[in-house]
Design a protein around this ligand. Structure first.
Ligand code: ADP
Ligand code: MG
Ligand code: MG
Length: 214
């Protein structure tokens, strides 16, 4: 992963969120307040606009990810803004130095940064796997990326494994009862619906796999 792929990633996420906005809205209407599609489209759209304004030569992977995270925190009002935003910020901060123009981040280094992002997400939201949140897609994605990287897979293969795992995790939220966030107010009635945040998390990892394969 390098500067150009990181920019492509954020742009691809923004496109996915805008393309799937209605689906995310429908999912959040069933077990929440119906704003998740608008939240994601607005947040990642704003991040894309900010990146478009910055010169590619004068930026680094960590800056792009930290800027994306800060934008999500400041632009998205819902629970998902601070959670996703802080995770992106932690991802960027974990990559830190030596991620400037010309730097190439390999799968192992990115796996470690993803683990830091997941830690931040769980510290902030206090959700564990099984609570029917974005963690149910994020955690399996991070594990799959790490397992692939540890067995010597390249970035592209690890990203594809992460995207597949995030999608499986997303689907696995359907029979769960929500224990965190708005959906938890529904109690047993949250069962039988796919979690919106787990769905947008699957888009984030699929977007990475797509740009890494291109
Ligand atoms: P809000 O619920 O404030 O309207 P969104 O609709 O944008 O915010 O996001 C809802 C998603 O946020 C949920 O589907 C869930 O995945 C995620 N979420 C909510 N609370 C938590 C939490 N404590 N930890 C992790 N994810 C959470
Ligand atoms: Mg909502
Ligand atoms: Mg809301």
């Amino acid at each position: 992963m390098d500067v150009s792929l990181t920019r492509d990633w954020v742009q691809n996420i923004a496109s996915a969120m805008s393309r799937n906005q209605d689906h995310l809205t429908a999912l959040d209407s069933a077990i929440g307040d119906g704003d998740h599609g608008a939240n994601m489209a607005r947040g990642f759209g704003a991040a894309r606009t900010r990146l478009d304004a910055a010169s590619p030569a004068a930026t680094s992977v960590d800056e792009i990810l930290v800027t994306t995270g800060k934008t999500l925190v400041s632009v998205v009002g819902g629970a998902s803004g601070p959670l996703f935003g802080s995770a992106f910020r932690a991802l960027g901060e974990a990559l830190g130095e030596d991620s400037g123009p010309g730097a190439e981040i390999d799968a192992r280094r990115f796996a470690a940064a993803l683990a830091a992002a997941l830690d931040k997400l769980q510290q902030l939201g206090a959700a564990v796997p099984g609570d029917k949140t974005m963690v149910d897609a994020y955690a399996p994605a991070v594990s799959a990326f790490r397992d692939a990287a540890q067995s010597g897979a390249d970035f592209c293969t690890a990203a594809r494994a992460a995207a597949d795992a995030a999608e499986a995790g997303m689907r696995a939220t359907v029979p769960m009862q929500a224990r965190k966030g708005r959906a938890s107010y529904l109690g047993l009635r949250s069962i039988g619906h796919q979690d919106p945040g787990a769905t947008s998390t699957a888009y984030v990892f699929r977007a990475l796999a797509e740009v890494a394969a291109a």
